[in-house]
Each structure stands twice: as structure tokens, then as C-alpha cells.
Design a protein around this ligand. Sequence first.
Ligand code: 5GP
Length: 179
Amino acid sequence: MAIIKVKDLEFEPYLTRENIKAQIERIAAQINKDYEGKRPLFVAILNGSFMFAADLFKEVSIDAEICFIKLASYKGTKSTGQVITAIGLDQDIHDRHVIIIEDIVDTGKTLNEFLPQLMHQQPASLALAVLLHKPEATQYPIAINYLGFTIPNKFVLGYGLDYDGLGRNIPEIYQLKEQ
Ligand code: 5GP
């Protein structure tokens, strides 16, 4: 792996395919144990998590379902602030064991606003599987049940994560180089 240039920025290698694969296998093994007989419903948040979701789901060997949603945020009233809605959540999650799949938790704002909305639909349980977490950037409390990597507060790219639309197809994860 070498330094790559995407648009105007340079990125350096950070996590290899092997690093990522090992963490995904570990998470899947734990989920296989924790959800045996529960037929969990994975809800993957697009776009960033598509690669993580696909690789994780392939390692899940118990009965399980998956669906994909997009989150859209719009400005609500003064009291509601920013409102986040899920597009494409057509499954009924009531009484289901739901596992959210997210690529990265940065400030935590998105999930902090979205998860309480899901709780209103009264799932049997709600867990969070996240590939990358930047604790130094996190401002909203988020309980991550299954975490791949704790990473420093630097912009990352690849393995589904983009910079201005580019870089999602890179199989490894790169980190923004000090320019
Ligand atoms: P949060 O609400 O936790 O601040 O933001 C989460 C979203 O911001 C992620 O789902 C992702 O789309 C985007 N994001 C946060 N940090 C990064 C990063 O380092 N690289 C990329 N490509 N996207 C990021």
C-alpha cells in the first residue's frame, strides 16, 4: 500500500484488508453466539456501510435478515432542531432483534438522533455494529455493542467511505496525510 491522491488530498495507508477481515470475523463470531435462535434483522445505513455490511453478513452463519436504509436530515422546528428520517425501512421492526450496521461514528450526532426514533417502534432489542469509532470527536453518547476499530480523529477513506464521492471502491482504509 502506498500513498494515494484523491482529488486534492493525499492519503496514507492505515488498515489493510487483513486487519479489516480479522475484526469482521471477530464481530461476526460474537454475533453468531449472541443471536443464535433470535433471527436478528440487520439494518445497514447507506451509503458508507455497504462494504462492511456485505462482508459482515457473509460471516453471519445463524438465521438472519438484512435491509438497507438511507438517513436524510432536514431542519425541523426550533424545538425539534435537526430531524433525521429513515428512507427505505419497510420492515416492521416491532419485537425484532435489530442490529444497526454503521461505517463510522464521528460526532455521534446522526445515531444519537436516529436510534431513539427506532426505539419508538419497540424492537425486542437494538444493538449497534460499527466499523470505526473516533472517540476524540464524539460529542453525543453512543453505546457501540460491536466495534471494529478505535481510530484517531483523522479523516479516513476507502472500504465504502468516500471523499466527495470518491474512494469508496478502495478495499483498504486510508488516513488523511498531514498535508
Ligand atoms: P456523525 O453523525 O457520527 O458525526 O457522522 C457520521 C457520518 O459522517 C458517517 O456515517 C460518515 O458518513 C461521515 N464521516 C465521519 N467521519 C468520517 C471520515 O473520517 N471519513 C469519511 N469518509 N466519512 C466520515
